[in-house]
Ligand binder design. Structure first.
Ligand code: PEP
Ligand code: MG
Length: 888
């Protein structure tokens, strides 16, 4: 029979799929002998059954009641027992952490009778009624579906009535009154009563947590984090402990290291006389953990010991939630903590040094996306004066944008293309869309572990929180700081590394990591970080099997790519060399009426192309440079058809005769116009129908090789033919290429031999790769076009047109233009690799589509057995690192 419930004593951290991250780790801590309030976990499997059928899984309530009985026996009290109630917390906990996205219900087990018992057993009547008030409120909104704001309204009215500044100004009697008002509210809105039976409260709370898997903000978070929608959440039912029983109680969040920088040392926030939710919600400002050492040294030292044990046990940075109830420490949660990219590198390096993990494990723990983030610029704050305000540096990086004061406005402006900074007192999960849309998040309350901080760090979004000097007025859409008023739309610069906010747009400077890649310089204030990056880059280079090349079309880009570690050029797009001032020359070639005219035009292009290639071959001396013959439709080099027609018509209307040149141009443009140019006259097709073009380009390559060779260089040009459908196309072009190479060799006396290969970027080419390999000396997958043509998605149109709807509907989790679609496009890659190599065992195979720099896709190309990936110069370090990780 399927089992749906596990006691904390039965689970372990390797059961996260079934018990969720929180449940698995609670079990692990229990097994380690740490002080965890006893409890049990209802599995994700139970949630999946519930979500699929809408009904409670068979046998679940029986299992829950058995575990409850065991819990009660161990505690010596029953759930909701009138004189001394056992109370429970009911919390979500999915496989992947989704902070604050789903529901929690605390104090389950309280009712009209047991609230009296709690008052007696705790000796604190106000506390008992406050707990009951919280339960009715949470249960009413989460389980019974009453709008949470209505409860707030009732509370606000009562506070006004009593002249209380905050809820601490309400006494036990007031809170008892509030409970009655809440119950009435629930009855009014649902026709139902708040359930008095503790077992019913528990059962309904568990099902409500299941349902919260599908609330809007949770769905949005999953989409953003690429978490599958069908995992479901586990539910942890745990004995309540109370951090709000007086000054010797409290709750806190702690990290075994600083999650922003990775520096060792206990780190966190503590809130005396409060429950855990209050800390995370940023309701009151917390004190640093060091303060706890003064307040309660025994608990502090105990906490330190537990955290050391956890870091050694998990061999990683851990974060925890804890509560102290009247001087007794309880561990409520732990997990391997989220961290910034900087911290990920620093921590991995340090754990390797400490011998807790080996170098390969260190490499597994860092990633390309994080590395890319470290290559972003930061602010140059030297000349911009004092910050407007300071806060806590919660998530590093630098961002500039217009201040906005609510999520909807952030979304609206971002959709219109504006960069915005979301400014809030504190954020809640409802602010998630605005946080996604914003460049940075700024809050006036809450610590490094507040919602804003945790979520922003996870997204790699800049965040400064707890900037207490600013007084946010969301209603009037502005904030005050000192004597200054900052209105909506004012530009702010947010420095998430330093925790500062500046008025206006501050200038940006390059990152130390970027400087290291550019110059090899490891010194400076970020030397430790740079050292850690350098070390994992070296490790990755040592283990990777994939080569890494760059897509570059200029000597400057080629040189930069080389500094970044590129081992050649995988794609030099020659069409980029025909733009700008050379465009008229191309136009002349297209418009040529006679062979002589065309030859003249081509002859003028030849030296320019030769010069391009010489520069690139020099920058990449000794390394392969794959030069692709001209690819895009010729009409892209001609004037716009409508503009030209309008110009001619206007001339005629004025009574002037259009010039012969303009008329010819319009004729040519009309002749060459295509409805669907991406599927038209481009790639090899162009080479086969535009006489002299291939010959000119190949000659330019060959002569550049000769020039470099004569200068003592080691040029390694390769010629690549784009957009092949059939081997016949390649055979025809190949003949011409070889003819020109022989010609130049003959003329110069220098033997020029360039491998001739092809792009595989159409499904037919992939499916007939065995035939094509008879002619091709290498393959390079053009996964941009291969994705476009396999899916039938216009690569220039669909992302703006409907991809966001497709992502919303879950048609795919990520754009196939961003991460390779393994199932479809990947299958074609697999076929082409297998058949190509079968026909020609030494066939060299690479990829030069955008996917070459995407971490996830790099892992696929490694598995598919490619020889190299080629990506933009800035992604080269990312690809090197990921290629190394893929090889582990
Ligand atoms: C491709 O199609 O993946 C490719 C690299 O070529 P381009 O992007 O120039 O069409
Ligand atoms: Mg292409």
């Amino acid at each position: 029979m399927v089992r749906y419930v596990y006691a904390f004593t039965e689970g372990g951290r390797d059961m996260a799929e079934l018990l969720g991250g929180k449940g698995a780790n609670l079990a692990e801590m229990t097994r380690m002998g740490l002080p965890v309030p006893p409890g049990f976990t209802v599995t994700t499997e139970a949630c999946r059954v519930f979500l699929a059928t809408g009904a409670e899984p068979d046998g679940l309530s029986q299992e829950i009641s058995e575990h409850l009985t065991a819990l009660e026996e161990a505690a010596g009290r029953r759930l909701g027992q009138p004189d001394d109630p056992l109370l429970l917390s009911v919390r979500s906990g999915a496989r992947f952490s989704m902070p604050g996205m789903m529901e929690t219900i605390l104090d389950v087990g309280l009712n009209d009778a047991s609230v009296q018992g709690l008052a007696k057993s705790s000796g604190n009547e106000r506390f008992a009624w406050d707990s009951y008030r919280r339960l009715v409120q949470m249960f009413g909104s989460t389980v019974m579906g009453v709008d949470g704001a209505l409860f707030e309204d009732v509370m606000t009215r009562l506070k006004q009535d009593r002249g209380a500044a905050d809820d601490l100004g309400l006494d036990a009697g007031d809170l008892a009154e509030l409970v009655e008002a809440y119950k009435e509210l629930i009855h009014q809105h649902t026709g139902d009563h708040f359930p008095q039976l503790p077992a019913e409260q528990l059962r309904r709370a568990v099902l409500a947590v299941f349902s919260s898997w599908n609330v809007e903000r949770a769905r949005l978070y999953r989409r953003r984090e690429h978490i599958p929608d069908d995992l479901g959440t586990a539910v942890n039912v745990q004995t309540m402990v109370f951090g709000n029983l007086g000054p010797d109680s409290g709750s806190g969040v702690a990290f075994t290291r600083d999650p922003a920088t990775g520096r060792p040392g206990l780190y966190g926030d503590y809130l005396p006389n409060a429950q855990g939710e209050d800390v995370v919600a940023g309701i009151r400002n917390t004190v640093p953990l060091a303060e706890l050492e003064r307040l309660d040294p025994t608990s502090y030292n105990e906490l330190r010991a537990h955290m050391r044990a956890l870091e050694e046990h998990y061999r990683d940075l851990c974060d925890i939630e804890f509560t102290i109830e009247r001087g007794r420490l309880w561990m409520l949660q732990t997990r391997v903590g989220k961290r910034t990219a900087e911290a990920a590198f620093a921590i991995a390096a340090e754990l390797v040094d400490e011998g807790l993990i080996d170098a390969d494990e260190g490499l597994r723990r860092v990633g390309g996306e994080g590395l890319a983030r470290l290559m972003f610029p930061r602010f140059d704050t030297s000349g911009i004066g004092e910050p407007l305000a300071r806060g806590i540096p919660a998530s590093p990086g630098a961002a500039v944008g217009a201040a906005v004061f609510d999520s909807a406005e952030a979304v609206r402006r971002a959709a219109a293309g504006e960069k915005v900074v979301l400014v809030r007192q504190e954020t809640t999960p409802d602010d998630l869309p605005g946080m996604v849309a914003a460049q940075a998040v700024l809050t006036s309350r809450g610590g490094k572990t507040s919602h804003a901080a945790v979520v922003a760090r996870g997204m790699g979004k800049v965040c400064v929180c707890g900037a207490e000097e600013i007084d946010v007025d969301p209603r009037r859409r502005r904030f005050m700081v000192g004597g200054t008023v900052v209105e909506e739309g004012a530009v702010l610069s947010v420095d998430g590394s330093a925790g500062a906010v500046y008025a206006g747009a501050a200038p940006l400077v390059d990152s130390a990591v970027m400087r290291y890649f550019e110059t090899g310089d490891r010194s400076g204030p970020s030397a430790e970080l740079v050292e850690a990056v350098a070390r994992f880059m070296e490790r990755a280079d040592g283990v990777r099997r994939l080569g890494v090349r760059a897509n570059a079309d200029t000597p400057e880009d080629a040189a930069r790519a080389r500094r970044f570690g590129a081992e050649g050029i995988g794609l030099c797009r020659t069409e980029h060399m025909f733009l700008g001032e050379r465009r008229p020359l191309v136009e002349a070639m297209i418009l040529a009426r006679t062979d002589a005219e065309r030859d003249r035009a081509l002859a003028r292009l030849l030296p320019l192309q030769r010069q391009d290639f010489t520069g690139i071959l020099e920058a990449m001396d000794g390394l392969p440079v794959t030069i692709r013959l001209l690819d895009p439709p010729l009409h892209e080099f001609l004037p716009d058809r409508t503009e030209l027609a309008v110009r001619l018509a206007a001339a005629q209307a004025r009574g002037t005769e259009p010039s012969a040149h303009d008329r010819e141009l319009l004729d040519a443009v009309n002749r060459m116009h295509e409805e669907n140019p991406m599927l038209g006259l481009r790639g090899v097709r162009l080479g086969l129908v535009a006489p002299g073009l291939v010959a000119m380009q190949v000659r330019a390559v060959a002569e550049a090789v000769v020039e470099r060779r004569r200068a003592g260089g080691d040029p390694r040009a390769e010629i690549m033919v784009p957009l092949i459908d059939t081997v016949e196309e390649l055979r025809l072009v190949g003949e011409e290429v070889r003819r020109v190479l022989a010609e130049v060799s003959e003329e110069s006396g220098v033997v020029v031999e360039c491998p001739v290969g092809t792009m595989i970027e159409l499904p037919r080419a992939a499916l007939t790769a065995g035939r094509i390999a008879e002619e091709a000396e290498f393959f390079s997958f053009g996964t941009n076009d291969l994705t476009q043509t396999t899916w039938g998605f216009s690569r220039d149109d669909v992302e703006a047109a409907f991809f966001s709807a497709y992502l919303d509907k879950g048609v795919f989790k990520v754009s196939p233009f961003e991460t390779i679609d393994r199932e479809g496009v990947g299958r074609l890659v697999g076929i082409a690799v297998a058949e190509g190599r079968a026909a020609r065992p030494d066939l060299k195979i690479g990829v030069c589509g955008e996917h070459g720099g995407d971490p996830e896709s790099v892992h696929f190309f490694h598995t598919a057995g490619l020889d190299y990936v080629s990506c933009s110069p800035f992604r080269v370090p990312v690809a090197r690192l990921e290629a190394g990780r893929a090889a582990l």
